[in-house]
Design a protein around this ligand. Structure first.
Ligand code: S3P
Length: 173
């Protein structure tokens, strides 16, 4: 069994920050599919979108998800759109615990909107980002565990995940 913990959720939900803390506290490796894509391509996500477009990024993402999902007892942070692909969802679910980090519009904009490195947020009006969040929600709903992140720091969110997965973690041999 792979027994990974997979973090899904919208941009700015804290998948990478929380994932690093959670992995360190479990003594598990941490994998981030966005970072894997950047390493493979030798380009930032922003550059990949600008030069080759979203479709090509999604192909690289599918390969990175397949590779990440083949690991065992790792914490895996995914890109916010990874779950748009049914193939990715299947790979991320199989034998793993999937955690949805939930985030509201204000927090997502605060955490992710200002950095300028999310092509899908660039030049978008608030209402458009709100629409995108609404559109994405059903894609995250397959998760085993939901954690609300608004107003919480990453360590608190990591603690909540451990608590929610306590009996599953204890059952791992
Ligand atoms: C995306 C989210 C980003 C990154 C890319 C596309 C999305 O990851 O994969 O910019 O479609 O939601 P984060 O959720 O880590 O920002």
């Amino acid at each position: 069994m792979p027994d990974n913990i997979v973090l899904i959720g919208f941009m700015g939900s804290g998948k990478t920050t929380v994932g690093k803390i959670l992995a360190a506290s479990l003594g598990w490796p941490f994998l981030d599919t966005d970072a894997m894509i950047e390493e493979d391509a030798g380009l930032s996500i922003k550059e990949i979108f600008a030069r080759y477009g979203e479709q090509y990024f999604r192909e690289l993402e599918q390969a990175a998800v397949a590779r990440a999902a083949a690991s065992r007892r790792a914490v895996i942070a995914t890109g916010g759109g990874a779950v748009l692909s049914g193939v990715n969802v299947q790979r991320l679910r199989e034998g793993n615990k999937v955690v949805w980090l939930q985030v509201g519009l204000e927090t997502a904009l605060q955490r992710a909107g200002v950095t300028g490195d999310r092509p899908l947020l660039q030049g978008r009006r608030r209402e458009e980002v709100a629409e995108l969040i609404k559109h994405r929600e059903p894609y995250y709903a397959f998760a085993d565990v939901y954690v609300e992140t608004d107003g919480k720091d990453a360590a608190a969110v990591a603690g909540e995940i451990k608590e929610a997965l306590k009996s599953w973690l204890a059952s791992l041999k």
